[in-house]
Design a protein around this ligand. Structure first.
Ligand code: PGA
Length: 251
C-alpha cells in the first residue's frame, strides 16, 4: 500500500515570523493524523528556523530546489549536504516554475534527482503539461518526455524512493483544478510508463502526487482516485487549516 503524502510548497512567500508560526500551527494537529505523511517546503532562508519547530514531529522538511554539485563556485546555489545539514529530508525538483521561469531542462533535473538520491534526500520530481500542450492533445507525449528525461538512469530501487508529482501547469495557482478523471488518467499513464521501464512491483510502489489548485473542498475526490497518492499544495499550504484539511482528505 502506498502511504499518502501531502507536501506544502510555500514558494517565495511569508516572512520569518510567519514561516515559524505556520510550522508551529501544524505540529500539534499533525501528531493526531495517522496514515499520511506531511511535509513543508519553506523558502531556503527559513529552512533552519522551520527545522527548529518541526524537528522530532510528524512534519517533514523539504526544500524547493537544490544544485547537484557538492560544493564550490556556484553562486546562489544550495547543495544536498547543506539541505541535510539544516534538517531537510525532502526536496522538490523540476517544479514547473523552475522549468518555465528559470529554464531548467530535463537533463538538469535528472542530475539533481540523482544527486538528491545519492545524498539520501527524497526528491519530489514534478512533471506537467502547459495548457497549449493539453489543447493540442500532446499531454501524454509531454509527460512521457519529462518522465524519460528527468528520471533517466534511476535503478528500480532509486525510483521507489523518489516521488513523482503530476502538476498540469494550467492548474497551478489558477484555481482551475484538474478533474479527478483528468488527474487519474495521467497518473495511470505514469504508472504504466514505470511498469514498462521497470516492472509491475516498482510501478505499484512509487507515490505519484497531484498538484494544481488543490483545496480542502476538492482534495478528497482527487485523493480518492486509485493512482493519486497525495498532493503537492501551493497556495492552500500557506494556511494551516487548509493544509490540514487537505491532509484530512487523504486519511
Ligand atoms: P497551487 O500550486 O496549489 O497554488 O496551485 C501547486 C504547486 O505549484 O505546487
Amino acid at each position: 500500500m502506498r502511504r499518502p503524502l501531502i507536501a506544502g510548497n510555500w514558494k517565495m512567500n511569508l516572512d520569518r515570523a510567519q514561516a515559524v508560526e505556520l510550522a508551529k500551527s501544524l505540529v500539534a494537529p499533525a501528531a493526531g493524523l495517522s496514515g499520511v505523511d506531511l511535509v513543508v517546503c519553506p523558502p531556503n532562508v527559513y529552512l533552519d528556523a522551520v527545522a527548529g519547530v518541526v524537528r522530532g514531529s510528524k512534519v517533514g522538511l523539504g526544500a524547493q530546489n537544490m544544485y547537484y554539485e557538492k560544493s564550490g563556485a556556484f553562486t546562489g546555489e544550495t547543495s544536498t549536504d547543506m539541505l541535510k545539514d539544516v534538517g531537510c529530508q525532502w526536496v522538490i525538483l523540476g517544479h514547473s516554475e523552475r522549468r518555465n521561469i528559470f529554464h531548467e531542462s530535463d537533463g538538469e533535473i535528472n542530475k539533481k534527482t540523482l544527486a538528491a538520491l545519492a545524498a539520501g534526500l527524497i526528491p519530489i520530481v514534478c512533471v506537467g503539461e502547459l495548457l497549449a500542450e493539453r489543447e493540442e492533445g500532446r499531454t501524454a507525449e509531454v509527460i512521457r518526455t519529462q518522465f524519460d528525461g528527468s528520471l533517466a538512469g534511476l535503478s528500480a530501487e532509486q525510483l521507489t524512493k523518489a516521488v513523482i508529482a503530476y502538476e498540469p501547469v494550467w492548474a497551478i495557482g489558477t484555481g482551475r483544478v484538474a478533474s479527478p478523471e483528468q488527474a487519474e488518467e495521467v497518473h495511470a499513464d505514469l504508472r504504466k510508463l514505470i511498469e514498462r521501464r521497470y516492472n509491475a512491483a516498482t510501478a505499484q510502489s512509487v507515490r505519484i502526487l497531484y498538484g494544481g489548485s488543490v483545496k480542502p473542498s476538492n482534495a478528497k475526490e482527487l485523493l480518492g482516485q486509485p493512482d493519486v497518492d497525495g498532493a503537492l499544495v501551493g497556495g492552500a499550504s500557506l494556511k494551516a487549516a487548509d493544509f490540514l484539511g487537505i491532509a484530512a482528505g487523504a486519511t
